[in-house]
Design a protein around this ligand. Structure first.
Ligand code: CA2
Length: 146
């Protein structure tokens, strides 16, 4: 039987990981993060489908498609977290469990990062733990789907 597919979605600027602001986001790259998620997912009997886009419309389309193609979504929507009603609506319609992840602790940062349009429809939120947050999200997703 095939492993449940989890869409691991990263939003705008996360392609810059390891290239700028290492004091906030660390030294590792998006490719490192994707490889880590794939390894962790396979340990858990899941398949991680890792994607990143700087474009809100791409993220909306992938979330819409997840209803047919994925069992769950792990989402770091980047700055769209704090602005996007479109992502909120797409996630509602997707009807698969969503876990929101942030590398940094958004509550220890600027006030405008404290509000999330994703959190009200997420089954859980993990922030401030760097790449480990994605491991924990995959573990929580595996437990939920078991
Ligand atoms: O902490 C997170 O994961 C964020 O989602 C990251 C977003 C930020 O807007 C959110 O408030 C919190 C920004 C992603 C920017 O990523 C970069 C990575 C390396 C270098 C520059 C930007």
């Amino acid at each position: 039987m095939s492993s449940p597919r989890i869409l691991v979605l990263n939003g705008p600027n996360l392609n810059m990981l390891g290239k700028r602001e290492p004091e906030v986001y660390g030294h590792e790259t998006l490719a490192d993060l994707d490889a880590r998620c794939q390894a962790k997912a396979s340990e858990l009997g899941l398949e991680a489908d890792c994607r990143q886009s700087n474009h809100e419309g791409d993220l909306v389309t992938w979330i819409q498609d997840a209803r047919e193609n994925h069992e769950g979504i792990i989402l770091n929507a980047g700055a769209y977290t704090h602005t996007s009603v479109a992502l909120h609506d797409a996630l509602l319609a997707a009807q698969v469990p969503v876990i929101e992840v942030h590398l940094s602790n958004i509550f220890a940062r600027e006030e405008y990062r404290h509000h999330s349009f994703i959190s009200p429809i997420a089954v859980g939120v993990i922030c401030g733990l760097g790449f480990q947050g994605y491991d924990l999200a995959l573990e929580a997703m595996a437990a939920r789907l078991a």
